[in-house]
Design a protein around this ligand. Structure first.
Ligand code: CP
Ligand code: NVA
Length: 311
Protein backbone atom coordinates (compact mmCIF):
# COMPACT_ATOMS: atom_id res chain seq x y z
CA UNK A 1 0.00 0.00 0.00
CA UNK A 2 2.64 2.52 1.07
CA UNK A 3 4.49 1.75 -2.13
CA UNK A 4 1.42 2.34 -4.29
CA UNK A 5 0.36 5.68 -2.77
CA UNK A 6 3.75 7.13 -1.94
CA UNK A 7 4.46 10.26 -3.98
CA UNK A 8 0.93 10.49 -5.36
CA UNK A 9 -1.45 13.48 -5.19
CA UNK A 10 -4.96 13.39 -3.73
CA UNK A 11 -7.01 15.81 -5.80
CA UNK A 12 -10.33 13.96 -6.04
CA UNK A 13 -11.63 10.58 -4.87
CA UNK A 14 -11.72 9.61 -8.53
CA UNK A 15 -7.90 9.31 -8.19
CA UNK A 16 -8.32 6.35 -5.82
CA UNK A 17 -9.37 2.78 -6.51
CA UNK A 18 -11.75 0.99 -4.16
CA UNK A 19 -8.80 -1.00 -2.84
CA UNK A 20 -6.87 2.20 -2.08
CA UNK A 21 -9.87 3.80 -0.32
CA UNK A 22 -10.30 0.72 1.88
CA UNK A 23 -6.58 0.63 2.65
CA UNK A 24 -6.66 4.30 3.71
CA UNK A 25 -9.66 3.61 5.97
CA UNK A 26 -8.00 0.56 7.53
CA UNK A 27 -4.82 2.53 8.13
CA UNK A 28 -6.85 5.40 9.63
CA UNK A 29 -8.51 2.95 12.04
CA UNK A 30 -5.12 1.57 13.07
CA UNK A 31 -3.74 5.08 13.66
CA UNK A 32 -6.89 6.02 15.59
CA UNK A 33 -6.39 3.00 17.89
CA UNK A 34 -2.74 3.96 18.46
CA UNK A 35 -3.83 7.52 19.27
CA UNK A 36 -6.39 6.28 21.80
CA UNK A 37 -3.89 3.86 23.33
CA UNK A 38 -1.41 6.73 23.74
CA UNK A 39 1.15 4.89 21.58
CA UNK A 40 3.60 7.12 19.73
CA UNK A 41 3.31 6.89 15.94
CA UNK A 42 5.82 9.44 14.67
CA UNK A 43 5.79 8.03 11.17
CA UNK A 44 6.72 11.36 9.55
CA UNK A 45 9.42 12.46 11.95
CA UNK A 46 11.47 15.29 10.43
CA UNK A 47 9.02 15.89 7.55
CA UNK A 48 7.50 19.30 6.74
CA UNK A 49 4.17 20.16 5.16
CA UNK A 50 3.13 23.51 3.63
CA UNK A 51 -0.57 24.30 4.01
CA UNK A 52 -1.97 26.91 1.60
CA UNK A 53 -5.44 28.22 2.50
CA UNK A 54 -7.37 30.60 0.20
CA UNK A 55 -10.53 30.13 2.32
CA UNK A 56 -11.25 29.98 6.07
CA UNK A 57 -11.21 26.69 7.99
CA UNK A 58 -11.61 25.25 11.47
CA UNK A 59 -11.64 21.47 11.04
CA UNK A 60 -9.34 21.08 8.07
CA UNK A 61 -6.60 23.36 9.32
CA UNK A 62 -6.62 22.10 12.91
CA UNK A 63 -7.00 18.40 12.08
CA UNK A 64 -4.12 18.59 9.59
CA UNK A 65 -1.87 20.58 11.93
CA UNK A 66 -2.52 18.46 15.02
CA UNK A 67 -2.47 15.23 12.98
CA UNK A 68 0.94 16.21 11.58
CA UNK A 69 2.13 16.93 15.11
CA UNK A 70 1.09 13.37 16.16
CA UNK A 71 3.07 12.03 13.21
CA UNK A 72 6.17 13.97 14.25
CA UNK A 73 6.01 16.33 11.25
CA UNK A 74 5.92 20.11 11.15
CA UNK A 75 3.18 22.14 9.45
CA UNK A 76 3.58 25.64 8.01
CA UNK A 77 0.19 27.36 7.67
CA UNK A 78 -0.06 29.95 4.89
CA UNK A 79 -3.15 32.13 5.36
CA UNK A 80 -4.92 33.71 2.36
CA UNK A 81 -3.13 37.03 2.87
CA UNK A 82 0.34 35.48 3.39
CA UNK A 83 1.22 34.39 -0.12
CA UNK A 84 -1.67 35.91 -2.13
CA UNK A 85 -1.73 32.96 -4.52
CA UNK A 86 -2.29 34.14 -8.07
CA UNK A 87 -1.81 37.80 -7.12
CA UNK A 88 1.65 38.19 -5.67
CA UNK A 89 2.92 35.04 -7.40
CA UNK A 90 1.57 32.46 -9.80
CA UNK A 91 0.80 28.83 -9.02
CA UNK A 92 3.80 27.38 -10.91
CA UNK A 93 6.36 29.43 -8.97
CA UNK A 94 4.70 28.72 -5.64
CA UNK A 95 4.53 24.97 -6.35
CA UNK A 96 8.17 24.79 -7.44
CA UNK A 97 9.47 26.85 -4.51
CA UNK A 98 7.45 25.01 -1.86
CA UNK A 99 8.63 21.68 -3.31
CA UNK A 100 12.20 22.72 -2.42
CA UNK A 101 11.26 23.14 1.26
CA UNK A 102 8.34 20.86 2.02
CA UNK A 103 7.60 17.14 1.69
CA UNK A 104 3.93 17.72 0.86
CA UNK A 105 1.56 20.59 0.00
CA UNK A 106 -1.97 20.75 1.40
CA UNK A 107 -4.14 23.32 -0.40
CA UNK A 108 -7.63 24.76 0.11
CA UNK A 109 -8.52 26.82 -2.96
CA UNK A 110 -11.41 28.24 -4.96
CA UNK A 111 -10.98 26.78 -8.46
CA UNK A 112 -10.15 23.10 -8.84
CA UNK A 113 -7.72 24.09 -11.60
CA UNK A 114 -5.60 25.87 -8.95
CA UNK A 115 -4.98 22.74 -6.90
CA UNK A 116 -4.59 20.70 -10.11
CA UNK A 117 -1.88 23.13 -11.35
CA UNK A 118 -0.15 23.06 -7.97
CA UNK A 119 0.03 19.28 -8.40
CA UNK A 120 1.26 19.63 -11.96
CA UNK A 121 4.17 21.92 -11.02
CA UNK A 122 5.03 20.50 -7.56
CA UNK A 123 7.47 17.63 -7.22
CA UNK A 124 5.95 16.62 -3.85
CA UNK A 125 2.44 15.20 -3.20
CA UNK A 126 -0.42 17.74 -3.26
CA UNK A 127 -3.55 17.14 -1.19
CA UNK A 128 -6.82 18.93 -2.02
CA UNK A 129 -8.13 20.30 1.28
CA UNK A 130 -11.33 21.56 -0.48
CA UNK A 131 -11.95 23.38 -3.70
CA UNK A 132 -15.17 24.65 -5.28
CA UNK A 133 -15.70 21.23 -6.92
CA UNK A 134 -14.45 18.60 -4.44
CA UNK A 135 -13.68 17.87 -0.79
CA UNK A 136 -11.99 14.44 -0.83
CA UNK A 137 -10.45 14.59 2.68
CA UNK A 138 -13.89 15.21 4.17
CA UNK A 139 -15.36 12.22 2.38
CA UNK A 140 -12.59 9.87 3.56
CA UNK A 141 -13.52 10.89 7.12
CA UNK A 142 -17.22 10.42 6.28
CA UNK A 143 -16.60 6.91 4.96
CA UNK A 144 -14.58 6.07 8.07
CA UNK A 145 -17.51 7.25 10.21
CA UNK A 146 -20.07 5.26 8.21
CA UNK A 147 -17.87 2.18 8.46
CA UNK A 148 -17.59 2.57 12.23
CA UNK A 149 -21.34 3.04 12.66
CA UNK A 150 -22.61 0.48 10.15
CA UNK A 151 -19.77 -2.04 9.91
CA UNK A 152 -20.21 -2.28 6.12
CA UNK A 153 -20.96 -0.23 3.01
CA UNK A 154 -22.42 -2.60 0.47
CA UNK A 155 -26.15 -2.29 -0.04
CA UNK A 156 -26.57 0.74 2.24
CA UNK A 157 -28.65 3.64 0.96
CA UNK A 158 -26.82 6.97 1.26
CA UNK A 159 -28.99 10.11 0.93
CA UNK A 160 -27.68 13.65 0.55
CA UNK A 161 -30.21 16.49 0.79
CA UNK A 162 -29.30 20.05 -0.20
CA UNK A 163 -26.97 21.76 -2.64
CA UNK A 164 -25.30 19.84 -5.46
CA UNK A 165 -21.96 21.30 -4.36
CA UNK A 166 -18.40 20.16 -3.70
CA UNK A 167 -19.64 17.85 -0.93
CA UNK A 168 -22.31 16.28 -3.13
CA UNK A 169 -19.72 15.73 -5.88
CA UNK A 170 -17.16 14.05 -3.64
CA UNK A 171 -19.80 12.04 -1.76
CA UNK A 172 -21.20 10.67 -5.03
CA UNK A 173 -17.73 9.49 -6.05
CA UNK A 174 -16.73 8.08 -2.64
CA UNK A 175 -20.03 6.46 -1.68
CA UNK A 176 -20.53 4.83 -5.07
CA UNK A 177 -16.94 3.52 -5.00
CA UNK A 178 -17.56 1.59 -1.77
CA UNK A 179 -20.81 0.09 -3.02
CA UNK A 180 -23.52 2.25 -1.46
CA UNK A 181 -26.62 3.32 -3.38
CA UNK A 182 -26.53 7.11 -3.59
CA UNK A 183 -29.60 9.43 -3.69
CA UNK A 184 -29.08 13.15 -4.08
CA UNK A 185 -32.09 15.41 -3.42
CA UNK A 186 -31.62 19.03 -4.54
CA UNK A 187 -33.87 21.88 -5.68
CA UNK A 188 -34.19 22.30 -9.45
CA UNK A 189 -31.11 24.04 -10.94
CA UNK A 190 -28.92 23.04 -7.98
CA UNK A 191 -28.22 19.46 -9.08
CA UNK A 192 -24.61 18.29 -8.98
CA UNK A 193 -22.27 18.64 -11.97
CA UNK A 194 -23.49 16.25 -14.72
CA UNK A 195 -19.96 15.17 -15.66
CA UNK A 196 -19.37 14.03 -12.05
CA UNK A 197 -22.80 12.37 -11.89
CA UNK A 198 -21.85 10.37 -15.01
CA UNK A 199 -18.51 9.45 -13.45
CA UNK A 200 -20.23 8.32 -10.24
CA UNK A 201 -22.76 6.31 -12.27
CA UNK A 202 -19.95 4.50 -14.06
CA UNK A 203 -18.32 3.66 -10.73
CA UNK A 204 -21.68 2.58 -9.27
CA UNK A 205 -22.39 0.32 -12.26
CA UNK A 206 -19.08 -1.50 -11.63
CA UNK A 207 -19.94 -1.89 -7.95
CA UNK A 208 -23.56 -2.93 -8.47
CA UNK A 209 -25.00 0.30 -7.02
CA UNK A 210 -27.06 3.22 -8.29
CA UNK A 211 -26.86 7.01 -8.29
CA UNK A 212 -30.24 8.77 -8.23
CA UNK A 213 -30.56 12.53 -8.70
CA UNK A 214 -33.98 13.89 -7.78
CA UNK A 215 -35.76 17.11 -6.79
CA UNK A 216 -38.02 15.08 -4.47
CA UNK A 217 -36.67 15.10 -0.88
CA UNK A 218 -38.94 12.23 0.20
CA UNK A 219 -37.78 10.03 -2.67
CA UNK A 220 -34.15 10.79 -1.79
CA UNK A 221 -34.46 10.18 1.96
CA UNK A 222 -36.96 7.26 2.01
CA UNK A 223 -35.47 4.39 4.09
CA UNK A 224 -31.95 5.85 3.83
CA UNK A 225 -29.32 4.28 6.11
CA UNK A 226 -27.14 7.38 6.07
CA UNK A 227 -28.45 10.95 5.72
CA UNK A 228 -26.10 13.83 4.92
CA UNK A 229 -26.52 17.53 4.39
CA UNK A 230 -24.32 20.60 3.93
CA UNK A 231 -24.77 24.37 3.80
CA UNK A 232 -26.91 25.93 1.07
CA UNK A 233 -24.43 28.81 0.68
CA UNK A 234 -20.81 27.69 0.56
CA UNK A 235 -17.61 29.69 0.97
CA UNK A 236 -17.38 32.19 -1.86
CA UNK A 237 -21.15 32.18 -2.57
CA UNK A 238 -22.11 34.68 0.14
CA UNK A 239 -23.68 37.11 -2.35
CA UNK A 240 -26.17 34.42 -3.39
CA UNK A 241 -27.27 33.69 0.19
CA UNK A 242 -30.74 35.29 0.00
CA UNK A 243 -31.60 33.77 -3.40
CA UNK A 244 -30.40 30.40 -2.18
CA UNK A 245 -32.50 30.56 1.01
CA UNK A 246 -35.57 30.97 -1.21
CA UNK A 247 -34.59 28.27 -3.69
CA UNK A 248 -33.80 25.73 -0.94
CA UNK A 249 -37.01 26.20 1.06
CA UNK A 250 -38.33 22.69 1.79
CA UNK A 251 -34.87 21.12 1.38
CA UNK A 252 -33.83 21.38 5.05
CA UNK A 253 -33.53 18.51 7.53
CA UNK A 254 -35.67 18.46 10.66
CA UNK A 255 -37.09 15.67 12.85
CA UNK A 256 -40.11 15.17 10.57
CA UNK A 257 -38.06 14.88 7.38
CA UNK A 258 -35.56 12.57 9.07
CA UNK A 259 -38.40 10.29 10.24
CA UNK A 260 -38.69 9.07 6.63
CA UNK A 261 -35.16 7.61 6.74
CA UNK A 262 -34.45 4.16 8.24
CA UNK A 263 -35.09 4.21 12.02
CA UNK A 264 -31.40 3.55 12.74
CA UNK A 265 -30.11 6.01 10.14
CA UNK A 266 -26.78 7.74 10.76
CA UNK A 267 -26.92 11.53 10.38
CA UNK A 268 -23.87 13.36 9.03
CA UNK A 269 -22.92 16.97 8.28
CA UNK A 270 -19.39 18.12 7.34
CA UNK A 271 -19.82 21.40 9.34
CA UNK A 272 -19.89 24.34 9.64
CA UNK A 273 -23.71 24.25 9.81
CA UNK A 274 -26.14 27.09 9.16
CA UNK A 275 -28.76 26.16 11.76
CA UNK A 276 -32.35 26.82 10.73
CA UNK A 277 -31.38 26.48 7.04
CA UNK A 278 -30.17 23.03 5.96
CA UNK A 279 -30.60 21.48 9.43
CA UNK A 280 -31.94 22.17 12.91
CA UNK A 281 -29.57 22.56 15.87
CA UNK A 282 -31.34 19.77 17.81
CA UNK A 283 -30.74 17.14 15.14
CA UNK A 284 -26.98 17.62 15.20
CA UNK A 285 -26.58 18.16 18.95
CA UNK A 286 -29.30 16.10 20.63
CA UNK A 287 -30.45 13.37 18.25
CA UNK A 288 -28.94 9.93 18.98
CA UNK A 289 -28.63 9.36 15.22
CA UNK A 290 -26.18 12.25 14.86
CA UNK A 291 -22.56 11.14 14.33
CA UNK A 292 -21.48 14.65 13.38
CA UNK A 293 -18.80 15.16 16.03
CA UNK A 294 -17.35 11.66 15.52
CA UNK A 295 -17.23 12.61 11.86
CA UNK A 296 -15.36 15.84 12.66
CA UNK A 297 -12.87 13.89 14.80
CA UNK A 298 -12.35 11.39 12.00
CA UNK A 299 -11.02 14.16 9.76
CA UNK A 300 -7.82 13.92 11.78
CA UNK A 301 -7.50 10.12 11.69
CA UNK A 302 -8.31 9.83 7.98
CA UNK A 303 -5.89 12.63 7.01
CA UNK A 304 -3.11 11.16 9.15
CA UNK A 305 -3.46 7.96 7.13
CA UNK A 306 -3.39 9.90 3.84
CA UNK A 307 -0.32 11.91 4.91
CA UNK A 308 1.58 8.88 6.15
CA UNK A 309 0.84 6.97 2.95
CA UNK A 310 1.50 9.75 0.42
CA UNK A 311 4.66 11.09 2.09
N1 CP B 1 -15.68 20.43 7.12
C1 CP B 1 -14.68 21.31 6.90
O1 CP B 1 -13.89 21.20 5.94
O2 CP B 1 -14.58 22.28 7.85
P1 CP B 1 -13.65 23.57 7.77
O3 CP B 1 -14.13 24.40 6.61
O4 CP B 1 -13.81 24.25 9.09
O5 CP B 1 -12.24 23.12 7.53
N1 NVA C 1 -19.83 23.23 0.81
C1 NVA C 1 -19.11 23.88 1.87
C2 NVA C 1 -18.27 22.88 2.60
C3 NVA C 1 -17.52 23.42 3.78
C4 NVA C 1 -16.69 22.40 4.48
C5 NVA C 1 -18.27 25.00 1.29
O1 NVA C 1 -17.62 24.80 0.26
O2 NVA C 1 -18.26 26.07 1.89
Amino acid sequence: MAVKLKGRDLLTLGDLTLEEIIQILEYAQALKLKHYAGEAHKLLSGKNVAMIFQKPSLRTRVSFEIGLNHLGAHAVYLAPGDIKLGEREGVADIAKVLSRYADCIVARVFAHETVASLAEFASVPVINALCDTYHPCQVLADLLTIWEKKGEFEGLKFAYIGDGNNMANSLMLGCSAVGMDVSIGTPPDYEPNQRIVDMAREIAAERGGEVLITNDVMQAIEEADVVYTDVWTGMGQEKEAEARKKAFKGYGLNAEVLSHAAPDATLLHCLPAHYGEEITYDLIHDDPRSAVFDQAENRMHAQKAVLALLI
